[in-house]
Design a protein around this ligand. Sequence first.
Ligand code: MN
Length: 245
Amino acid sequence: MINRREALKRTALAATALTASAAWKVVRAQNAPPVPPAPAPTGPFQLPPLPFAADALEPAIDAQTMTIHHDRHHAAYVAGLNKAVTEAPELASRSVEDLLRYLDTVPEKVRTAIRNHGGGHFNHSLFWQMLKKNVGTGPTGALAQAIARSFGSLANFQAGFSKAALSVFGSGWAWLTLDGKTLKIETTPNQDSPLTHGRTLLLGVDVWEHAYYLKYQNRRADYLAAFHSVINWDFVATRYQAALA
Ligand code: MN
């Protein structure tokens, strides 16, 4: 039996929980993703919504490519990661960053799955945020100075970045990373993440064919030229400053 005071307390708690839940729904509605919702997550890792409408980067990246890339490919990496952690449940409470950064601490039976699907999830989660339409001509501030210092000029950086991205044989990524305090252009095969090599990811371009084939077919160079017009340099600069701080 509960006494009256206890009953009142429980009612008040229930009311508070209901209010919080209702408020959450309002926030969710206002921030609803502009693309159809992804399938319900079946594990601890979840597909983040695209931070823009699927057609926001037209014509550089077309809406159909963006939708399939996010709703199918990225979702498949999340599903694969969730499946992997069902085989090693002790990993489910760790962040994907932590799993990739300390990949050698992941049990061997799921290490390849975490590397591929965890890498795919992490790389794509950042990739969406690295993109934005009408972002001006390039980086500003400390990042602009660092790029000029490291590569000579923004144009040199762009050329070097595209050259690296073109050099990826098959599927992979090209990156602008921070190795300590040094800016580097690097590439990784498949979904390997520079995070596993101790790098900070600043900017990346996905050169898997699924990222461009519908619109550009085999013209990866044209995709890369367009990519340079939709880089969210504010996001890259914020990551640069956070890494140096
Ligand atoms: Mn991709």
